[in-house]
Design a protein around this ligand. Structure first.
Ligand code: HEC
Ligand code: HEC
Length: 505
């Protein structure tokens, strides 16, 4: 009897201690049980089967198929090279397996710029610059961009130089890297330095799926991965230079990790295994609540459970995940704000599919295909892979994000003048000004200047800024870009609906 009373008193005491510990830790922005955000190489954490992180508009969820997994000794999570980075350094779980500019800034503050993330090779504007200064890392800190050095002239899959049908000159070089004696276009191993966002390492079941045997955007058969002899989805990397995950990571090992040895077949196998098991998507929204509630199928659960078999607009309508929210059931537990947000997401999905505009001068769509220029269609014309928002017809499109006059002003990025040697570019004529020639750095073709591989559209809320050059600081800026680029004339409500859809993916 008295024992029972004592037990209750003990329970109170323990509860009090826990409450005190939580309030003391409040200043650390770490509530009890919240996972630590930053993954440091070699920590040896266990990657759980389900992992949630707060992001600016709600909660991102990662699912590891067949998880949990011990990351100790796992090559994605260990520093394999000379600069102390692991793959996870730039592909952070809390950032949807990409890296947000906000996380780079936080890491700079926490480590005084000493984290291997800021390694001179590509985590600074140019390795020539004084590495202790913030200004030398401004592209990573302000826009989440890494330096990607592409060989000039471009190389084919066997490493042999391609004779490009255009000349490239440096017009403006704010980072100094394109005119650098060591790293530049006229250095010992000539290279073009462009600056790009890390693409998310998740949801590859979809990204690697092939919907067509042709690349209609180039009018050619899909490329064959020389290692497997199979068709490549051709949806990897901004400039489509890697035809498989294995090819991608061999390059990442040499460049981003500065490895002096090569990845072993066993390491490649383990990284591919992890990459094919990891799913990431927004799971809940600060205004809309759980994204898989009331019949909707947002969140990564559906991604993990489904197959990318029926791709495209003829199969499952893109973002039909949110169709049930078009006709909401009377749910007294919902607040008016939640109800309004859900209706907005459902309208956004319909706008994405149905609101048409004139798509013009976008190589990969308006040329060389037979759709004409301009062609009236909607967002889904390009983003039509259901559940993922990439393009079922693979290949690269010039949205104008890197080419003048369409690109937003980017005084901090290099600017190149491209002069076509053969026939002029179908939309820009003989001379093109670009911040990143994109796919043309892989093919050597002037017609491919500025063409970029579409990213997957899941987990967007966790990984601002957007577009491969980080030129859209938030999702509203993405929608504003489209509105200007194609003269769409969205109403304020339509813009908000599209933003709400994007943040719910
Ligand atoms: C220094 C930062 C950094 C590190 C470290 C890094 N990556 Fe990346 N990763 C990037 C960037 C930037 C891109 C986009 C490059 C481009 O588009 O040209 C990318 C793209 C990718 C992609 C392509 C995804 C897609 O859908 O196109 C994969 C896969 C990937 N990385 C895997 C890895 C692996 C595996 C490792 C470790 C061996 C690794 N990365 C290390 C920055 C990094
Ligand atoms: C003509 C083809 C085309 C159309 C139409 C199109 N997009 Fe895109 N979209 C692209 C390409 C190409 C990219 C990659 C561009 C880049 O990274 O510079 C992209 C990128 C994006 C991104 C950035 C993803 C990221 O991870 O940074 C979002 C978001 C997006 N599109 C949403 C939309 C919406 C919303 C619409 C309709 C208003 C739309 N797109 C219409 C081709 C298109």
């Amino acid at each position: 009897m008295s024992g029972g009373g004592f037990g209750r008193a003990q329970a109170w005491l323990v509860a009090g201690l826990v409450a005190a510990a939580v309030s003391a830790g409040g200043g650390l922005a770490l509530s009890a049980g919240a996972p630590q955000r930053w993954w440091t190489p070699g920590e040896g954490r266990v990657f759980p089967a389900r992992l949630d992180y707060d992001d600016p508009s709600g909660k991102l969820r990662l699912l590891l198929d067949g998880g949990p997994m011990d990351t100790r000794g796992h090559p994605f999570f260990e520093a394999l090279g000379t600069n102390g980075r692991a793959c996870v350094t730039c592909h952070q779980p809390a950032d949807g397996m990409s890296l947000s500019a906000a996380s780079a800034q936080r890491r700079w503050r926490e480590t005084g710029g000493k984290d291997p993330l800021f390694a001179a090779i590509d985590g600074s504007n140019c390795p020539d610059l004084p590495q202790g200064e913030r200004a030398s890392h401004s592209l990573l800190l302000d826009k989440g961009l890494f330096r990607i050095a592409r060989p000039w002239p471009p190389r084919d899959l066997n490493g042999r130089p391609i004779r490009p049908d255009f000349d490239i000159e440096v017009v403006r070089d704010p980072t100094g890297c394109n005119l650098s004696a060591r790293w530049g276009l006229h250095g010992a191993s000539p290279a073009v330095s462009v600056f790009r966002r890390p693409r998310p390492v998740a949801n590859f079941k979809y990204i690697l799926a092939t919907g067509f045997e042709m690349d209609p955007k180039a009018g050619l058969p899909l490329p064959i991965d020389p290692e497997t002899g199979k068709l490549s989805s051709h949806n990897l990397m901004a400039d489509g230079r890697a035809l498989s995950l294995a090819a991608q990571m061999r390059e990442a090992g040499q460049t981003h990790l500065q490895m002096i040895r090569r990845l072993t077949p066993q390491e490649i196998g383990r990284i591919v295994d992890f990459e094919q098991r990891i799913y990431a998507a927004q799971q809940s929204d600060s205004q809309g609540g759980e994204l898989d509630a009331a019949g909707a199928e947002g969140g990564p659960g559906k991604l993990k459970a489904s197959e990318p078999g029926r791709l495209g607009s003829q199969g499952v309508a893109v973002w039909s995940e949110y169709s049930p929210w078009e006709t909401p059931k009377d749910d007294p537990t919902l607040t008016p704000a939640e109800r309004a947000f859900r209706a907005s997401v459902a309208r956004g999905a319909r706008l994405f599919r149905e609101r048409t505009f004139l798509i013009s001068d976008s190589a990969g769509v308006n040329s060389p295909m037979g759709f004409g220029n301009p062609v009236r269609n909607s967002c889904v014309f390009c983003h039509n892979m259901s559940q993922m928002g990439m393009d079922v017809a693979p290949g690269q499109v010039d949205l104008g994000t890197t080419n003048l006059p369409f690109a937003d002003p980017q005084p901090d990025l290099p600017l190149f003048r491209i002069t076509c040697r053969g026939p002029p570019h179908p939309h820009y004529g003989p001379v093109i000004f670009t911040h990143d020639p994109g796919y043309a750095l892989t093919t050597g073709r002037c017609a491919d200047v500025g063409r970029i591989t579409l990213q997957s559209l899941r987990g967007l809320a966790a990984r601002a800024p957007y577009f491969s050059n980080g030129s859209a600081k938030d999702l509203r800026a993405v929608i504003d870009y489209y509105d200007r680029r194609y003269n769409i004339g969205y109403t304020e409500q339509e813009k908000q609906d599209l933003v709400n859809l994007m943040r719910a993916l």
